[in-house]
Write a protein that binds this ligand. Structure first.
Ligand SMILES: NC(=O)c1ccc[n+]([C@@H]2O[C@H](COP(=O)([O-])OP(=O)(O)OC[C@H]3O[C@@H](n4cnc5c(N)ncnc54)[C@H](O)[C@@H]3O)[C@@H](O)[C@H]2O)c1
Ligand SMILES: N[C@@H](CCC=O)C(=O)O
Length: 584
């Protein structure tokens, strides 16, 4: 047996009969990895996409109306089981699955073909085939693809993406703007910046005659990304974070967001993404997942959705770990559900607190993981607070998102509508709850639920524990003198979720107390500001406890989860003696 030393400084064994399976990196490979021969390129500084506001008569409003009309004329839009140029005959022949439009359930919005098990296997193999060339592509070129995609999102495709998100997911113009246009472009731009930050992290101390380096390797296998229905941008983050670090990704979006996800994938291909790198696959979640979890090269799950689904995926992957099915110990990255709170202190500006609460609880009909669904109000301010809530909610309109006047749109599908309205029916009859607003709904044409607020006579009502993911808020009124105790109640309640929370107070000592006592009650904590609307690059997002692994979307931390750094050390001097000086 002969020892060979690679130029990376590590020794490998080679016998004449057994050839190494791993390719030994050459000097060219090394030059290709992010350090271009002509310089150490620095990507442009990321920025938040400026927003349009869609005022009456504005050019952007007109462009959006045109895009909505265009999209309507194409319904139902057809989505293949797999994105990109690889669509097989089998999936073209598959019976399409129909997705109704939430604001008009008699209209089919999208039809997609369901991927078979062999489509999934094929997608995985195609991704792995694309992997070597992708991870060897210089970072500056990988970055260019996502930066170009950000321009396409905020420019050429802005209104098409927004129209898809409005008709398909029931968002109004502003909610579609901040999601499908701004946040998606932000994720692409900021993830490029975060990747650069990671590559820049290199050892800063070297003993004389040594050079230490960090090789930020992508994971060895592939990443499985599963996205929820409620944000077009979230899918874009789930795929761009690992891909920018040189990984290949199999992406399964929610059935309720197949069309905007298909557009995101199409935009990336147009921006120059090699077709194999991100494999978009639509199909039965269990069929897709089973094939992925059977594969030896499954290296990470990147999931956003409900806590219960994440737990079940965690346990299935754990079975694979126990049975030694995988080469790696797969990374489990998951951001999930919330039961988020607003806490109003007696010193708070009540108008401000109530208006923020309406935004946090009812924008997009409460279908944000960050939505406020429980609130704690001091006795002395309760009637003033509830009066503002009633006054303001009286003015908001509920209806289809194409009508620009509507603040609340539909909930996503019949199952969500049935679940939420069942809870409302039971709450309306509950003598422990006093209805302040709403408690009414209309599912005849679209899936509309009015903004609903109950005051609970007991702080321990089950509504303080369950995520309904709809426009339902429950309040507890606490004696002013019991502010300290209510901090304990908030921390204990909330279904063990710990995603977002807020305090409204003009007393800084109370803010400090809440910030300390509620340290683990929310991964995103806001002061005099609603629990929704984290901005990429400003508030990284994610919670712990049952709300997820707190890897923080919109931060360098998330991208770190998709790397397996290798440490390298190179010596420039010879070793003169085996014996230590002290031996001599
Ligand atoms: N923390 C966050 O950042 C964040 C962001 C958005 C949404 N969410 C959470 O997501 C939920 C709403 O989204 P949703 O209704 O799409 O969630 P969901 O859990 O029903 O679905 C999420 C994804 O998981 C897939 N899925 C469902 N069952 C599966 C199974 N058995 N195997 C494999 N995949 C499966 C779905 O098809 C979808 O792609 C809420 O709980 C919300 O709080 C969290
Ligand atoms: N990041 C978003 C929520 C995403 C989940 O639905 C917010 O901060 O409101």
């Amino acid at each position: 047996m002969k020892q060979l030393t690679t130029m990376w400084g590590s020794a490998i064994s080679r016998s004449p009969l057994v050839q190494p399976t791993a390719r030994v990196p050459t000097l060219v490979d090394r030059a290709r990895r992010g350090i271009a021969t002509g310089g150490h390129y620095v990507v442009p500084k990321p920025f938040n996409e400026p927003n349009f506001h869609y005022f009456k008569g504005s050019p952007e409003r007109q462009k959006l109306i045109t895009a909505l009309k265009d999209l309507r004329s194409q319904l139902p839009v057809q989505v293949p089981a797999r994105g990109g140029p690889t669509s097989s005959q089998a999936q073209k022949n598959a019976q399409p699955v129909s997705m109704p439009m939430p604001s008009e359930h008699g209209t089919v919005f999208a039809q997609y073909a369901d991927a078979s098990g062999s489509d999934v296997s094929d997608a995985i193999e195609s991704a792995l085939t694309a992997k070597l060339a992708w991870q060897d592509m210089p970072f500056t070129d990988r970055a260019a693809i996502f930066l170009r995609a950000a321009e396409l999102v905020s420019g050429k495709y802005r209104y098409e993406l927004m129209a898809a998100t409005m008709l398909g997911q029931g968002k109004n113009a502003w909610q579609a703007e901040i999601d499908a246009a701004a946040e998606l472009a932000d994720f692409f731009r900021f993830n490029v910046g975060f990747a650069q930050e990671i590559y820049d992290k290199q050892p800063t101390i070297n003993s004389h005659g040594h050079h230490g380096r960090t090789d930020w390797r992508p994971l060895e296998g592939f990443v499985y990304a599963i996205s929820p229905f409620n944000f077009t941008a979230i899918g874009g983050n789930l795929i761009s974070a690992p891909a920018l670090m040189g990984n290949v990704v199999v992406w399964k979006p929610s059935p309720m967001s197949v069309y905007p996800s298909y557009l995101v994938h199409k935009i990336l291909l147009e921006a120059g993404l090699p077709p194999g790198v991100i494999q978009l696959i639509n199909g039965d979640p269990e069929v897709v997942t089973q094939k992925v979890f059977e594969h030896r090269e499954f290296s990470a799950l990147s999931f956003i959705g409900s806590s219960s689904v994440f737990r079940s995926l965690y346990s299935k992957a754990a079975e694979g770990v126990v049975s030694n099915r995988y080469r790696d110990l797969p990374r489990m990255v998951g951001e999930t559900s919330g039961k988020n709170f607003h806490l109003v202190h007696p010193s708070a500006d009540i108008e401000n607190a109530a208006k923020h609460t309406i935004r946090a609880s009812f924008e997009y009909s409460g279908q944000k993981c960050s939505a406020c669904s429980r609130i704690y109000i001091p006795q002395s301010q309760a009637s003033a607070f509830l009066d503002v809530m009633k006054r303001e909610l009286n003015a908001v309109k509920v209806g289809p998102p194409e009508d620009f006047e509507n603040f609340l749109g539909p909930v996503i599908n019949q199952a969500a509508f049935d679940k939420i309205t069942k809870a409302i029916d039971s709450a309306n009859k509950d003598d422990q709850l006093v209805r302040v607003t709403g408690g009414t709904y209309d599912g005849s044409k679209g899936l509309f639920i009015d903004p609903t607020l109950y005051v609970s006579k007991t702080p321990d009502h089950p509504l303080f524990e369950q995520e309904l993911f709809g426009p339902v808020l429950v309040a507890h009124i606490y004696p002013d003198a019991e502010f300290d105790d209510v901090l304990g109640v908030i921390d204990r309640q909330g279904g063990n979720f710990a995603l977002t929370g807020a305090i409204f107070s003009n007393d800084q000592a109370a803010v400090r107390k809440a910030e300390n006592r509620l340290r683990y009650a929310a991964g995103n904590f806001y002061v005099n500001c609603k629990t929704t609307g984290a901005v990429i690059g400003q508030q990284s997002f994610g919670g712990s406890r049952s709300s997820g692994t707190c890897d923080k979307a919109g931060s360098v931390n998330l991208l770190m989860r998709f790397t397996a750094p290798r440490t390298l050390k190179e010596e420039y001097n010879k070793l003169e003696n085996v014996m230590y000086p002290s031996n001599l």
